[in-house]
Design a protein. Structure first.
Length: 137
């Protein structure tokens, strides 16, 4: 009888210890600043940004008074990169770094579900707009 109670208690403790463990992000997401959907910023223009890498997407609801997507995301420290002849070349999104020469991947920009025809600096924000940054090959 004591043995079965002890085994039952041990089983319950093992189950509870597994249930309380949170899986740590791996790959690119291990370096991410945000790993869950998040609300950021203040301002009159509100838009959504989906960040997708390695089959995971985190959605941001962002409010800002900035005029372009690049300005808003840089202001909130969600992106970083190098400024060149064609504007900002994004090398970091949400703490995750991708440089084509090193990783063979880059950050692709989408606007309302389609690949953007310009970089983040050239995208004028629309209230209710849907934008995305996707790790692409």
């Amino acid at each position: 009888m004591k043995k079965s109670i002890l085994l039952t208690l041990m089983a319950v403790l093992v189950i509870l210890s597994f249930a309380s463990c949170k899986t740590s992000p791996t790959g690119l997401w291990a370096d991410a600043t945000y790993t869950e959907d998040t609300v950021l910023g203040e301002g009159d223009t509100t838009f959504t940004l989906a960040v997708t890498a390695e089959e995971k997407t985190v959605k941001f609801t962002i409010s800002t008074d900035k005029e372009t997507l690049g300005e808003a995301l840089t202001d909130l420290e969600l992106i970083d990169g190098e400024t060149g002849d064609y504007g900002l070349y994004i090398t970091e999104v949400n703490g995750m770094t991708l440089v084509y020469e090193t990783h063979g991947m880059y950050w692709s920009v989408t606007e309302n579900g389609k690949i953007a025809m310009t970089g983040v600096d050239g995208i004028t924000l629309q209230d209710g707009g849907e934008y995305g940054l996707v790790a692409a090959k």
